[in-house]
Write a protein that binds this ligand. Structure first.
Ligand SMILES: Nc1nc2c(ncn2[C@@H]2O[C@H](COP(=O)(O)OP(=O)(O)O)[C@@H](O)[C@H]2O)c(=O)[nH]1
Ligand SMILES: [Mg+2]
Length: 338
C-alpha cells in the first residue's frame, strides 16, 4: 500500500519534471507556499474569511537588473515614457522604482489588455490617474482599440516642449517614446500596433524581448522597446501573486498548483458566476470552499484524471491559468482603486 502511494507520488514528480513547471532556475530562490504561517501573517483578510496562505513569488534575474540600467541610460534620448500596465492589475503591474528611475521624465500610463478587464473598474482606474494629473488611457494592443488616442495624448503632455521646438524651427522633430512595463504587459504588441508593419517580436511568455529596438510610426513617433522589468522585492505577496496570475512572472519560479488554488479562491469570491459557468461548477457551493477543492472540482469537470483514477490537479492548474490569461473566463479585474 505504502509502496503504491510512494510510486504514485514519484509519478507525479516525474510528470511535473516533464512539463518543466517546477524546475527552479539558478537565479531564483524557490521558496513557496502551502506551509502554516508562523504567527498569522501571510493570510489575507477578506470578507469571506481567511484565504489560503499567499504564494511567495520573487523573480529578478540578472537581465532585469541590466534592463533597469538600460532604461536609466536611455532616458535622455526620449521625450516621454509610455508605461504599460495590465488593466486587470494596475497596482501590481506598476513598477515602484519607475518614478525614481524616470527622474521627472513625463509619462503616459497605458492600461493594456483592457479587453480582458472589467470595463467599469478600468474606467475608475483611468479616472483616478487623471485626477492625480497623470494621463492614462485604457487600450487593447491586440486589436488596437484606444491606440489612436496615444499620439494626441503624447502631444498634449509635451505641449510646452513642442512649443519650444517650434520656436527653434524644429517643429517636425519626431517624438521619441520609451516603452516600459513588466514582462508580458504588451510592450511589443503596442509597438507593432503603432507601427504599421510588424517589427517587435511578440511572445506569449515573459522575458523574451532583448536588445535595443527603435520603431518609427506613421504619426511621427519613434518608439523604443525595452525588455520587461520587475523589481528586486515585491512589497507584499499580493503583488507577486497578481503578477504571476497574469503571466508577468515566469511559471517556472512559482508553485503552479498553489497559485491556481489562490486564483480559484479569488474568482469564487469575486467572480463566482463566470467561474461556475466556465467550468460547470456549482456557485452555491463556493463560499468557504478551499482552493484545492475548487481545483479538484475543475479537474473532474474537465475529465482530467491520472491513470490511477486520481484527479490531475497539476493539469487543471495549468488549464485554469492558461484560460485566465487568455481572458476566456470573463472580463475580470483583480484590483480596484482605493
Ligand atoms: N487580450 C489581449 N492580449 C494582449 C494585449 N496586448 C498584448 N497581448 C498578448 O500578451 C502577450 C504578451 O505580449 P507582448 O507584446 O509580447 O508583451 P511584452 O513582453 O510586454 O513585449 C501576447 O500573447 C500578446 O498577444 C491586449 O491588449 N489584449
Ligand atoms: Mg516584448
Amino acid at each position: 500500500m505504502k509502496e503504491k502511494h510512494e510510486s504514485r507520488r514519484a509519478g507525479k514528480r516525474e510528470q511535473k519534471r516533464a512539463t518543466g513547471r517546477t524546475a527552479p532556475q539558478a537565479f531564483v530562490k524557490p521558496r513557496t507556499v502551502g506551509r502554516k504561517p508562523r504567527d498569522g501573517r501571510g493570510f489575507e483578510a477578506s470578507g469571506g474569511g481567511p484565504l489560503r496562505e499567499q504564494v511567495h513569488v520573487q523573480w529578478f534575474p540578472g537581465h532585469m537588473a541590466k534592463t533597469r540600467r538600460m532604461i536609466a541610460a536611455n532616458l535622455k534620448l526620449v521625450d516621454i515614457v509610455a508605461e504599460l500596465r495590465d488593466a486587470r492589475i494596475p497596482r501590481a503591474s506598476a513598477n515602484p522604482e519607475l518614478e525614481r528611475l524616470l527622474g521627472g521624465k513625463k509619462r503616459i500610463i497605458l492600461l493594456n489588455k483592457s479587453d480582458m478587464a472589467d470595463p467599469a473598474v478600468t474606467a475608475r482606474w483611468t479616472e483616478r490617474y487623471r485626477a492625480r494629473g497623470v494621463l492614462c488611457l485604457a487600450v487593447d494592443c491586440r486589436s488596437g482599440k484606444g491606440l489612436s488616442g496615444f499620439a494626441p495624448a503624447a502631444r498634449e503632455v509635451l505641449a510646452p516642449e513642442l512649443a519650444r521646438w517650434q520656436a527653434r524651427g524644429m517643429a517636425g522633430r519626431p517624438l521619441r517614446v520609451m516603452v516600459v512595463g513588466v514582462p508580458n504587459a504588451g510592450k511589443s504588441s503596442f509597438i507593432n500596433r503603432m507601427a504599421a508593419s510588424r517589427r517587435a517580436k511578440v511572445e506569449d511568455r515573459p522575458g523574451v524581448t532583448r536588445g535595443k529596438q527603435w520603431v518609427k510610426t506613421a504619426g511621427g513617433l519613434e518608439l523604443l522597446d525595452t525588455p520587461g522589468v520587475l523589481w528586486p522585492k515585491f512589497g507584499d505577496r499580493t503583488v507577486g501573486e497578481h503578477l504571476a496570475f497574469t503571466g508577468a512572472v515566469k511559471d517556472d519560479v512559482v508553485d503552479i498548483e498553489a497559485l491556481a488554488c489562490r486564483l480559484l479562491e479569488r474568482l469564487a469570491r469575486d467572480y463566482p458566476a463566470p467561474l461556475a459557468a466556465r467550468y460547470k461548477l456549482d456557485a452555491a457551493a463556493f463560499p468557504g470552499e478551499p482552493g484545492h477543492a475548487l481545483l479538484a472540482g475543475l479537474a473532474v469537470a474537465r475529465g482530467m484524471l491520472l491513470p490511477g483514477g486520481e484527479v490531475d490537479t497539476g493539469r487543471a492548474a495549468i488549464t485554469l491559468l492558461d484560460e485566465f490569461r487568455a481572458g476566456v473566463i470573463g472580463r475580470i479585474s483583480l484590483e480596484e482603486p482605493d
